[in-house]
Design a binder for this molecule. Structure first.
Ligand SMILES: NC(=O)N[C@@H](CC(=O)O)C(=O)O
Ligand SMILES: [Zn+2]
Ligand SMILES: [Zn+2]
Length: 345
C-alpha cells in the first residue's frame, strides 16, 4: 500500500475564484495546491473584454499578495455579441487562454450567455484558426428536457454537430457527469478533452437527498446516478490524455446555499487534491494520478509542464464544517468527514 505520493505540481483547469471579499478569502486555497488555474469568467458583470480580464487577473494576484507563485489563466465569457477580433488580440497578447461558452441560463451567472451557438460562426472560425480552446458548460437549457438528461442531450444535439462543423476546434467539455459524455470524449476523432470534478467522482445523486435536502451537494451539472459516476471514474483513472483535473470549485456563502432557492456550486478547493487522490487510490490507479493532475491538461492546452512537486500522505484529516468567517463563510465539500489524505505541499 502506498502511503505517500509525490507528483509533479498540478494545475486546476476549471475554477471560480469570484471577486471582492470572496476572492480574498478563497484564492489562497487554490494557490496552495495548484501552480496554475483556468479562471472562470462568470462574474457580475461577466469578463467579456481584454480590459476586464487584465483587471481581474490583477485583482487575483493582489488577493494572493507578494511572492505568490500562482498563475491565473484567464478566459473570455462568450456572448451573442462577442467580437472575434477582440478574442484574437486577447489571445495574441497572452491575456485570454481560452473562451467559455455558457448556454444562456444554464448555470450560475449565465444570463448573458449564448442563446444559439450556430450564431457564433465568426467567433468559432477564429478560435479554430488560432488554436484557442473552447470550454463548454455542456447542458441544454430546454426546460422540457429532464435536468438529469441535459448533458447527454447536449452531447447529442449540440456537441456532435459542433465537432463536425469545426473539425480543428480545440474543445474542453467541462465538469462531465455522464457515461455519454465520457464515451464521446474518449472516442471522438477530434481534438477534444474533458475536465472532471472531485464531487462527480465521489458522490452520486443520492447525496442530494441523504436524510433530507442537502444544498451543499448541489452543483451543475447536477450529480447523476451511480452508473454515471462509475463511468466518469473509469475515464478519470484510465490514463487517457483526454481527461484531466478541473475542480469547478464554486463558493457561495452559506446563506445562498441554505435557502428556498439554493445556488448551484460546491466549494472543493481547500481539500481538492485529497479528494481526487482518494478516488485514484480506491481504484488502484495511483500510477495514473500524476497524468490526470499534472500532465494531460498542460499538454492539451499546449503549455509547459510545471517544475517542482507536491506530496500527498495517507492520514486522518478532518474537513472543517465551515471555512472563512462572516460574509465569506462557506461550507466546503466533504465538510465534517475524514479526507483520508493530507496535502503536505
Ligand atoms: N458548477 C456550479 O454548480 N456552479 C458554477 C457555475 C458552473 O460551473 O456551471 C458557479 O459559478 O457557481
Ligand atoms: Zn459549468
Ligand atoms: Zn464551473
Amino acid at each position: 500500500m502506498t502511503d505517500r505520493l509525490t507528483i509533479r505540481r498540478p494545475d486546476d483547469w476549471h475554477v471560480h475564484l469570484r471577486d471582492g471579499a470572496m476572492l480574498e478569502a478563497v484564492a489562497q486555497h487554490s494557490a496552495r495546491q495548484f501552480a496554475r488555474a483556468i479562471i472562470m469568467p462568470n462574474l457580475t458583470p461577466p469578463v467579456t473584454s481584454i480590459e476586464a480580464a487584465t483587471a481581474y487577473r490583477q485583482r487575483i494576484m493582489a488577493a494572493l499578495g507578494e511572492g505568490a507563485t500562482f498563475t491565473p489563466l484567464m478566459t473570455c465569457y462568450l456572448t451573442d455579441g462577442t467580437d472575434p477580433a477582440e478574442l484574437e488580440r486577447g489571445h495574441a497578447e497572452g491575456v485570454f487562454t481560452a473562451c467559455k461558452l455558457y448556454p444562456a441560463h444554464a448555470t450560475t451567472n449565465s444570463a448573458h450567455g449564448v442563446t444559439d451557438i450556430r450564431a457564433l460562426t465568426g467567433v468559432l472560425e477564429t478560435m479554430q484558426r488560432i488554436g484557442m480552446p473552447l470550454l463548454i458548460h455542456g447542458e441544454v437549457t430546454d426546460k422540457s428536457i429532464d435536468i438529469f438528461d441535459r448533458e447527454a442531450v447536449f452531447v447529442e444535439r449540440v456537441l456532435t454537430p459542433l465537432v463536425r462543423d469545426y473539425p480543428g476546434l480545440k474543445i474542453v467539455l467541462e465538469h462531465i457527469t455522464t457515461a455519454e459524455a465520457a464515451a464521446f470524449v474518449a472516442e471522438a476523432d477530434h481534438p477534444i478533452a474533458a475536465t472532471i470534478t472531485p464531487q462527480h467522482l465521489l458522490i452520486n445523486r443520492n447525496a442530494l437527498f441523504d436524510g433530507g435536502l442537502r444544498p451543499h451537494a448541489y452543483c451543475l451539472p447536477v450529480l447523476k446516478r451511480e452508473k454515471h459516476r462509475l463511468a466518469v471514474r473509469q475515464a478519470a483513472v484510465s490514463g487517457s490524455p483526454r481527461f484531466f483535473l478541473g475542480t469547478d470549485s464554486a463558493p457561495h456563502v452559506v446563506g445562498a446555499k441554505e435557502s428556498g432557492c439554493g445556488c448551484a456550486g460546491i466549494f472543493n478547493a481547500p481539500f481538492a487534491l485529497e479528494a481526487y487522490v482518494r478516488v485514484f487510490d480506491e481504484e488502484g490507479a495511483l500510477d495514473t494520478f500524476e497524468g490526470f493532475a499534472s500532465e494531460h491538461g498542460a499538454r492539451f492546452y499546449g503549455l509547459p509542464l510545471n517544475e517542482g512537486t507536491v506530496t500527498l500522505v495517507r492520514d486522518d484529516v478532518e474537513v472543517p464544517a465551515s471555512i472563512g468567517t462572516g460574509e465569506t463563510a462557506v461550507v466546503p465539500f466533504l465538510a465534517g468527514t475524514n479526507a483520508g489524505w493530507r496535502f503536505e505541499g
